[in-house]
Design a protein around this ligand. Structure first.
Ligand SMILES: Cc1cc2nc3c(=O)[nH]c(=O)nc-3n(C[C@H](O)[C@H](O)[C@H](O)COP(=O)(O)O)c2cc1C
Length: 340
């Protein structure tokens, strides 16, 4: 039977399937179910800077009997019906989660200011977790902030967090950098133990009947995994950091593709919501069967086989893929009935 073990940011995982950060991880029962279904590691839901700010605001209010509490709270959590858990409760629950399962558990932080990143990285590490994920969900909403300052600040944050904790630190990022590979290379040099590519950004929508904005959260689909696939393939052999592919990984096929491109591990979330946590059983079983069928004894026997570095055909990773499609699109598009 194929050996599914892999190393992810210096930690041995029994297979490459990690449950990514989501609300599931805050439920101890779900955590245990995930472990029973066979996930190799779990990322606990992010602690957000807004939770810390809200706590600070409440402390301030208690001292000053500040009158505009509600207005401030609405600004911090515009649509939240209930008051989110305090950072202390978060840390307490993180500790309980750490005790509830035996697979590696990683905490996730989403801060804005450097002090908060560093303070809560150290506090989370003190709960006994196995690693940290820095969730760099950056969405500049004005055109004045330049590329360099965003990237330098994030790399600086990583360095400071690395200096503050002894556990491995991963960075979860979006694909929207001027040169994402160059930025990841900067993170790698600053000591990132892993990169998680990519986070899925929420986008606004518009209801044309009410003429109002809506903010639906749509789970991903398998088609969404082709962007992480491209970058996974381009990173293989070029960074020291582990690469964890994420977004749109639903099936064993999707996970195998990522490993062929060069992933050390993959994160899954949407498939857990859509197909239930037991989907992890079939993911690992089918990866094992595929490996047996293809004569691969372990993950490293085929990891990166179809990366840019190892593939003879570099076309899929280059501009040439685009040009090829543009030049031949007449023929390719014939399969669509209206054009045949
Ligand atoms: C309900 C829900 C909650 C999530 N919460 C977090 C979070 O706290 N931190 C984070 O980094 N990502 C969070 N995510 C994003 C997922 O970790 C993941 O990056 C994204 O869903 C793409 O992976 P997928 O295609 O497997 O769903 C959340 C996703 C969902 C659906």
């Amino acid at each position: 039977m194929a050996d599914l073990r892999t190393r992810y940011m210096g930690i041995e995982l029994k297979n490459p399937i990690i449950a990514g950060a989501s609300n599931m991880s805050t439920d101890l029962h779900k955590l245990r179910q995930l472990e029973e279904a066979g996930v190799a590691a779990i990322v606990y839901k992010s602690l957000f800077e807004e939770q810390v700010q809200l706590e600070n605001l409440e402390l301030y209010e208690r001292k000053t009997e500040y009158e505009h509490r509600h207005a401030e709270q609405v600004t911090l959590f515009p649509n939240s019906e209930s008051v989110p858990e305090s950072p202390d409760d978060y840390l307490l629950n993180l500790r309980k989660a750490r005790e509830a399962v035996s697979v590696p558990l990683f905490a996730s932080l989403n801060a804005i200011s450097e002090e908060v990143w560093v303070e809560y990285a150290a506090k989370a590490a003190a709960t006994g977790i196995d690693g940290l994920e820095l969730n760099f969900y950056s969405l500049p909403d004005e055109s004045g902030t330049d590329r360099q300052s965003i990237e330098e600040r994030q790399i600086d944050t990583l360095s400071k967090v690395k200096a503050a904790v002894k556990i491995p630190v991963a960075v979860k990022l979006t694909p929207y950098y001027t040169n994402t590979l160059k930025f990841i290379s900067g993170l790698d040099k600053a000591g990132a133990d892993a990169v998680v590519i990519f986070n899925r950004l929420l986008q606004p929508d518009i209801d044309i009947f009410t003429e109002k904005h809506t903010m639906p959260y749509n789970l991903s689909s398998s088609e969404d995994n082709r962007l992480p696939l491209r970058f996974t393939g381009m990173l293989f052999g070029n960074v020291k950091a582990s690469v964890c592919s994420s977004t749109g990984i639903y099936s064993a096929n999707d996970a195998i593709k990522m490993i062929l491109a060069g992933a050390d591990a993959v994160q899954v979330v949407s498939t857990l919501y859509r197909n239930g946590v037991d989907v992890v059983k079939s993911l690992t079983e089918e990866i094992g069967k595929w490996m047996d069928g293809h004569g691969y004894a372990d993950i490293n026997s085929y990891r990166g086989k179809l990366s840019m570095k190892k593939s003879e055909n570099k076309l899929p990773y280059t501009r040439a893929q685009y040009i090829d499609f543009m030049m031949n699109s007449g023929d390719i598009m014939k399969k669509y009935r209206s054009l045949s």
